[in-house]
Design a protein around this ligand. Sequence first.
Ligand SMILES: [Zn+2]
Length: 133
Amino acid sequence: MSFKRMEGFAGSIPQKFADNKIPKCPMCGTTDPHWSLDERRGKLMSLDPEENANKYLFKCEKCGCILRAPVTDVVGVGRSSLLSWQGVAKKVHGKQVGAIYITVEEVGNMQTTDLYKGKEMTLEELNALAERI
Ligand SMILES: [Zn+2]
């Protein structure tokens, strides 16, 4: 695990996603989270789409919270195609195919409880949460 900013071409999609779609940290409320990125490979042998999907991890510079999103959601595959494996898996799990799902991996040092740890929500819900801080 080594979080870093991805300013280059290869990292520009997830970096832009984090900077543009999550402008305010949902855990500490800073409007300058300066997200750093890491990528986690899924378990290849798992049939569970949640486990075998590659994930991007976004870390807030201020509070250290870590958000997790499927690579397919970030680059748009899991959202745009109903026939994609990720899209089908979402339907099976009762999720909205068109939504981006974010999981709170670590709540960071601003949280006094682990209330949101491991909680999965849509990007809209995450941003609504950020607005309440
Ligand atoms: Zn934060």
